[in-house]
Design a protein around this ligand. Structure first.
Ligand SMILES: [Zn+2]
Length: 196
């Protein structure tokens, strides 16, 4: 479903009125239009399902190669910076760093694709936990490997500027699939890579 930009404009105008503002004054007259345009961009991921994202970033394999049995070592892309918005407050989730690891089964995918997948998943109304499980699911579809781990660290606007105002609080979530869940040696390797 495409984002309804006109409808967002109307509602932002309504919010401005509810805030006691005059939406026709000079500084605000184009605000509904600007916000709607911004939303269209920062919520682009709303347009696609996980399957569609997997298809978008998983169908071209020019830089990919097949891996032999004995070289199936963990591949990790660390510290991909993304942003998102929490679905509870529409507040910005920022300073987010995503690390994605997987054990190649049939093929290695381009590292830029892992970054693009993470970025697009962030462009939805989200919860940090779900960003992790969505990325893991898409990675499983694209790589055909069950063994995927996603670790995310982030700060949430709804924690830092309102409510309990913990400005330094970071939320860390870990999503483990396949062998990352069951193989302790592999898990330790993941943690070691993550913090070195
Ligand atoms: Zn929130």
């Amino acid at each position: 479903m495409a984002i309804d930009v006109k409808k967002i404009e109307e509602h932002i105008r309504g919010i401005l009125e509810a805030l006691g503002e005059n939406p026709d004054r000079e500084g605000l007259v184009d605000t509904p239009k600007r916000v709607a345009k911004m939303y269209e961009e920062v919520f682009e991921g709303q347009n696609y399902s996980n399957d569609e994202i997997a298809e978008m970033f998983g169908t071209t394999f020019e830089e990919d190669f097949y891996v032999s049995e004995d070289s199936r070592e963990m591949v990790m892309m660390k510290d991909i910076d993304i942003f998102s918005h929490c679905e509870h407050h529409l507040a910005l989730m920022y300073n987010m760093r995503v690390s994605v690891a997987y054990i190649p089964k049939e093929r290695i995918i381009g590292l830029s694709k892992i970054a693009r997948i993470s970025d697009m998943v962030g462009r939805r109304l989200q919860l940090q936990e779900r960003i992790g499980s969505d990325i893991a699911e898409i990675m499983q579809k694209v790589t055909k490997s069950e063994d995927v781990a996603v670790i995310i660290e982030g700060e949430h606007g709804c924690m830092t500027v309102r409510g309990i105002k913990k400005t330094n609080a970071k939320t860390v979530t870990t999503t483990l699939r396949g062998k990352f869940k069951t193989d302790e040696t592999l898990y330790n390797k993941l943690i070691l890579q993550l913090f070195r």
